[in-house]
Design a protein around this ligand. Structure first.
Ligand code: CS2
Length: 466
């Protein structure tokens, strides 16, 4: 079967890019060419280009993998996004990515592009663990492998912060304005976090560079949302059926997508509103809502599912007991949220339950369970700290922490940058204070929780029940 390409003739009903791809020039460099980017920012950019054409093509960079880059080249940069729901499947071919590059093969080309005036925005989806954020200080974790490597050899970066700093340094040397840095990872106030890490790493090599970035740079925060399971053989078979061609980059996702962005761009931006993006002055209320209600519930379901042998998130939410537990968790989260402009939080929760239940979305509990040490702080620990500091009940968060710790004790094959320490702690756990070895791990829990005996006792009680 032929591969998807610019000359493919596809069946009727498949949406094709609504702009002239031949004329599309790059304006965005994206770091982290995974499924989420391709089903989210690239789709918004495709819509923006269809409504208001401009030099906003995406150069997609995969920091490590080369396969996705080779597949993109073989398909003229095209791939399909299949939105699935009880109402059926719809396929869209996305054309906003003009080319792929890999950190493993094209480092110099990537850095040269970062210093090219054509590139005006650098976006990224590299997951929480890639930043080397020290949760205790909010600054750089200098023991993080990529951070350590990039501090030692700043001109040959391997990590996200190193690339941004070297790219900005070259830009300054070339007499250009900084590109806008737009973080699209699930971190609260993600723009502010990345700004701080970049300035700290820049300062380690050249204080003047750090000052220039602090003064001239733009790091808007953004909240991103779309449930995008890792693609499987089934996804590719579905794409073959729908498109009549082979698409090795096809993705399954849900119809829903959301992007809320602070409108602070040094050198302009695409009309992402065309895809439904919302521009606001302050993203924080949206981020808190999404991280705590969606991602927090997701993590809880993922660990319950992993413990009980349930493969997909939709299987977990279908169990009445767990459905009720998710509802209870959401009710507790609500106490920690400020009103969110334009959002009915009751309707938002109902919509989340419907999204989790989508029969067309095969989201592995195993995938969501990954990297708990990085994901749980903003989803579970921070709201717990906030509730305790207000003198409120934080038992709902103790329950999720307990589910996670029991999962770490019961499931052998865990995927987490701190897996070795977590498994060693699990092995040291004793029935009288089962959570103690975990609370001893540096930075795993915020200090305020480590010091709160009553909350730790709640975690222990829940662990015993589980
Ligand atoms: C999930 C997210 O894997 C996870 O941790 O909670 O990837 C989630 O699907 C997205 O944030 C939805 O926008």
């Amino acid at each position: 079967m032929p591969r998807l390409s610019a000359s493919s003739v596809l069946p009727e009903g498949i949406t094709w890019p609504g702009f002239d791809r031949q004329a599309l020039k790059p304006g965005i460099l994206h770091l982290g060419l995974g499924a989420f980017h391709r089903a989210h920012q690239a789709v918004y950019t495709d819509a923006a280009l269809g409504e208001e054409f401009g030099a906003w093509g995406i150069v997609g960079v995969s920091l490590r993998s080369v396969d996705v880059v080779h597949d993109l080249a073989a398909q003229d940069g095209l791939y399909s996004v299949i939105t699935r729901s009880a109402a059926g499947d719809r396929a869209q071919v996305v054309g906003s990515i003009v080319k792929g590059l890999s950190g493993a093969e094209n480092r110099e080309e990537i850095l040269a592009l970062m210093a090219d005036p054509a590139i005006r925005i650098v976006t990224m989806t590299v997951t929480e663990k890639a930043y080397g954020l020290d949760p205790a200080t909010g600054g750089l974790d200098r023991n993080h492998p990529a951070v350590a490597a990039d501090l030692a050899a700043p001109q040959a970066p391997v990590g996200i912060v190193g690339y941004l700093v070297e790219g900005l340094a070259r830009r300054r040397d070339a007499g250009l304005s900084p590109f806008t840095v737009l973080c699209c990872d699930n971190l609260p106030t993600n723009g502010r976090i990345v700004r701080r890490l970049v300035i700290e790493m820049a300062g380690a090599r050249d204080p003047a560079l750090a000052n220039w970035i602090a003064g001239e740079g733009a790091f808007p925060s953004s909240m991103v949302d779309r449930i995008v399971p890792a693609a499987t053989e089934e996804t590719r078979a579905r794409a073959r059926n729908l498109l009549g061609v082979e698409d090795r980059l096809a993705l399954d996702t849900e119809p829903f997508m959301q992007w809320v962005i602070e409108d602070h761009f040094t050198l302009g931006r695409p009309r992402w509103e065309a895809g439904g993006a919302l521009f606001v002055d302050d993203v924080e209320p949206y981020e808190k809502m999404k991280l705590r209600l969606l991602n927090g519930s997701h993590s809880m379901m993922a660990y319950l599912g992993q413990m009980k042998g349930l493969t997909y998130i939709r299987d977990v939410i279908a169990v009445p007991e767990y459905h009720d537990a998710v509802r209870r968790h959401m009710a507790a989260v609500l106490e920690t949220l400020d009103p969110v402009p334009g959002v009915d939080l009751a309707a938002y929760q109902d919509q989340l339950i419907a999204r989790f239940s989508n029969p067309g979305v095969a989201h592995l509990t195993r995938q969501v369970a990954m990297d708990g040490s990085q994901k749980l702080p903003p989803r579970i620990m921070t709201p717990a700290v906030e509730e305790l500091s207000k003198g409120n009940d934080a038992s709902a968060f103790a329950y999720v922490a307990a589910v996670w710790l029991v999962y770490l004790m019961k499931v052998d094959d865990i995927n987490d940058p701190r897996a070795a320490e977590l498994k060693a702690a699990a092995a040291r756990s004793t029935p009288d204070d089962p959570s103690a070895p975990f609370f001893e791990l540096p930075g795993l829990f915020p200090q305020r929780l480590v010091e709160n005996r009553a909350w730790r006792d709640l975690v222990n009680a829940e662990m015993a029940r589980l």
